[in-house]
Design a protein around this ligand. Structure first.
Ligand SMILES: [Zn+2]
Ligand SMILES: [Zn+2]
Ligand SMILES: [Zn+2]
Length: 144
């Protein structure tokens, strides 16, 4: 955790921001809720336990900042309620997501089918791909 907090501190400093206790608290919640894909309100509810003074607006702005700095990534759901998760920084492949249209459940997919496609796109379009995001929408086991 301390390693990630220090990385955040560096990234913030580069952009002229400070690591405030609130920003740290929000990051810690997102890191420790790995795999849960929390939305803003859920993050707020957990952060509030350790930082009772924090407001929803601060949590919201912090999330926007972390997203802008590429520290977290956003999942866009049809219900208009974005979910967030910590971005793996060490070049490890980022998993893909299955999103249920009905209950908004998010399931992580670790297999990657895109490596071949990536090579093909890179050579056909003369484009260097640094990242990709894939979300499959449909019905989960419980809802289908
Ligand atoms: Zn479902
Ligand atoms: Zn995920
Ligand atoms: Zn992939």
């Amino acid at each position: 955790m301390e390693k990630f907090v220090n990385e955040l501190k560096e990234k913030l400093k580069e952009k002229g921001y400070k690591l405030t206790p609130q920003r740290r608290a929000v990051l810690e919640v997102i890191i420790s809720s790995e795999g849960r894909h929390l939305n803003t309100e859920e993050i707020y509810d957990i952060v509030k336990k350790n930082c009772p003074d924090i407001g929803l607006a601060t949590v919201y702005r912090t999330i926007q900042l972390l997203d802008k700095l590429d520290i977290i990534s956003t999942l866009y759901l049809d219900d208009g309620c974005n979910r967030y998760e910590f971005n793996i920084q060490d070049g490890e492949h980022h998993h893909h997501h299955l999103i249920c249209d009905n209950c908004s459940k998010v399931i992580e997919v670790k297999i990657d089918l895109l490596e071949k496609l990536k090579d093909e796109i890179q050579s056909n379009y003369n484009f260097v791909i640094t990242d990709h995001k894939v979300q499959f929408y449909g019905k989960c086991e419980d809802c289908k």
